[in-house]
Design a protein around this ligand. Structure first.
Ligand SMILES: [Zn+2]
Ligand SMILES: [Zn+2]
Length: 125
């Protein structure tokens, strides 16, 4: 049985008006939005890696899962308080090559943080 568009709209209206469906709809919208965000983040990340180089600036790690954007001047936590990650990614793409950002692996980023701003790889040299 094919529905004509008016029937379909009326059905949708009834469905939306039913309080039992409200939570379902919210969940559906949320997951759709999350899906879009995830895709957008992956796209931005891909662009960042191609612009900044797909490897750790410090140790040369190339496994993409380990790589992330690092704030060269260690102002990352401050910036993360003021804007969300996609905004930071976009800013990093726009400001390149300002020298404010670099790609580091998690090891080097953590090492840099714990070692007072210099990755232990570097302070050993
Ligand atoms: Zn590294
Ligand atoms: Zn390192």
């Amino acid at each position: 049985m094919a529905w004509d568009i008016r029937e379909k709209k009326a059905y949708q209206k009834r469905w939306n008006a039913d309080p039992a469906n409200k939570a379902k709809k919210k969940l559906y919208d949320q997951s759709r939005r999350a899906g879009r965000r995830k895709k957008e983040m992956a796209r931005l990340r891909g662009r960042l890696l191609s612009v900044y180089g797909p490897k750790c600036t410090c140790c040369g790690e190339t496994e993409e899962q380990f790589l992330s954007l690092d704030h060269v001047h260690n102002n990352g936590s401050d910036e993360r308080k003021r804007m969300d990650r996609s905004t930071i990614y976009r800013k990093a793409l726009k400001s390149q090559p300002s020298g404010d950002y670099q790609i580091l692996c998690w090891n080097c980023q953590r090492g840099k943080y714990l070692n007072g701003g210099i990755c232990p790889h570097k302070s050993k040299k």
